[in-house]
Design a protein around this ligand. Structure first.
Ligand SMILES: Cc1cc2nc3c(=O)[nH]c(=O)nc-3n(C[C@H](O)[C@H](O)[C@H](O)COP(=O)(O)OP(=O)(O)OC[C@H]3O[C@@H](n4cnc5c(N)ncnc54)[C@H](O)[C@@H]3O)c2cc1C
Length: 349
């Protein structure tokens, strides 16, 4: 049959897939169970070149960023709404050890293109000890809630969005395609985030998903618009509130309940960053889909060629989903090979 694709999950992965199919004039139906708190809805949407304790440039950053920039701008134009905002990003160094590490790292050949030569010059009325830091460029944040909601409304207008909790046993695949809800499709793509660890066809994928919490904060930043990080990041949003985060919990009982100790630690780190009073007005928690030792996995199932997956976006869904979705769509529609490092089949056991 000609291509008609069923997408399960309207998080960052599923939404980008739907847009990529739309670009290719390929019909699709996207199904989501419409949970109030998911990883994509909770995410701060940060897109940052130099990350983590190691202070290195994020894996294949330029490749992903180029696609993300164009993709979110095009979506914004089509939906007549802006949800992608390039922003300066200030990283403050915690102590002499981190400063020494940075003095070495800043000489890495791939660093200069992501650094602004000026000192950050943060206000001492807002931040504690705002010296010893550096400014990154080619950083941004995505208003994920606005992007997901506007995309959903658009897909609904195409009659291509459905609310349902799809059980794997209700999706039947054969040599020619897939049947769900009495409808035929050429392929199904499961883009269901961390819930995929319970999918019977994926029992061999080493998921190691992490619970994450972010705080919504009211504070006076004296007009500061840049993202600032020391121990935790603070993101000034356009609605006058800020977000601060985030935690990583590797064991958890409930996908939307953090351990109180983790929230207290995050609040303490925020207080160590800021002099200005910051009132926590909400906390939000969800599970990031992480696959051990992999940046993401995608492709068709080794023994079910009509069943495809895109998962394991970790803490980089905003940056990577546009490129990954394009790559998977090119694989399904044109037979283009999947990048070996992210190929589900080459990583199957
Ligand atoms: C606290 C926190 C902070 C984060 N901050 C950032 C950040 O700053 N920058 C960044 O890039 N990323 C961030 N992330 C990570 C980012 O959110 C993930 O990379 C991304 O959300 C993964 O998207 P996904 O579509 O794979 O999964 P999900 O967002 O989990 O989406 C899956 C969707 O599928 C639906 N679904 C699942 N099973 C079914 C089913 N059987 N039937 C129907 N629907 C189903 C779910 O309801 C959900 O809507 C953060 C995550 C957390 C938790």
């Amino acid at each position: 049959m000609s291509a008609r694709i069923l997408i399960i999950g309207q998080g960052l992965a599923g939404t980008a897939l739907a847009w990529r199919l739309r670009e290719r004039n390929t019909p699709f139906v996207i199904v989501d169970r419409d949970e109030p708190l998911t990883s994509s809805k909770v995410a701060a949407g940060l897109i940052t070149p130099i990350t983590g304790m190691r202070l290195t440039v994020s894996w294949r950053y330029e490749m992903f960023y180029r696609d993300a920039l164009r993709f979110f701008r095009d979506c914004g134009k089509r939906l007549k709404q802006r949800f992608f905002f390039p922003r300066g990003y200030v990283r403050l160094l915690k102590n002499d050890q981190e400063l020494a590490k940075w003095q070495k790292r800043r000489r890495d050949p791939d660093m200069p293109r992501f650094l602004l030569p000026r000192d950050p010059e943060l206000s001492t009325d807002v931040f504690h000890d705002p010296q010893n830091g550096f400014q990154q460029r080619h950083a941004a944040w995505l208003d994920t809630t606005a992007y997901l909601q506007a995309s959903r409304v658009f897909f609904e207008s195409l009659d291509a969005w459905r609310k349902a909790d799809v059980r794997p046993e209700d999706v039947h695949d054969d040599a020619d395609g897939v049947t769900w809800n009495a409808q035929r499709f050429s392929h199904v793509i499961w883009a269901q985030g961390w819930s995929a660890q319970k999918h019977p066809l994926l029992h061999w994928v080493p998921f190691q998903s992490a619970l994450g919490t972010i705080l919504s904060v009211k504070t006076d930043l004296h007009g500061e618009k840049r993202i600032v990080n020391r121990g935790c990041w603070l993101l000034p949003r356009n609605d006058g509130t800020s977000r601060a985060g985030s935690t990583y919990e590797w064991t958890f009982n409930d996908p939307n309940t953090p351990s109180p100790g983790q929230v207290r630690n995050l609040e303490a780190t925020l207080r160590a960053l800021m002099i200005a009073p910051a009132e926590v007005i909400a906390t939000q928690t969800a599970v990031r889909p992480i696959i051990k030792g992999r940046q993401a996995l995608m492709g068709t199932h080794p023994t079910h060629p009509r069943v495809a997956f895109l998962n394991g976006l970790g803490s980089k869904g905003s940056l990577r989903s546009p490129w990954l979705a394009r790559h998977l769509v090119e694989h399904l529609l044109d037979g283009a090979p999947i990048d070996a490092e992210m190929d589900l089949q080459q990583n199957s056991v």
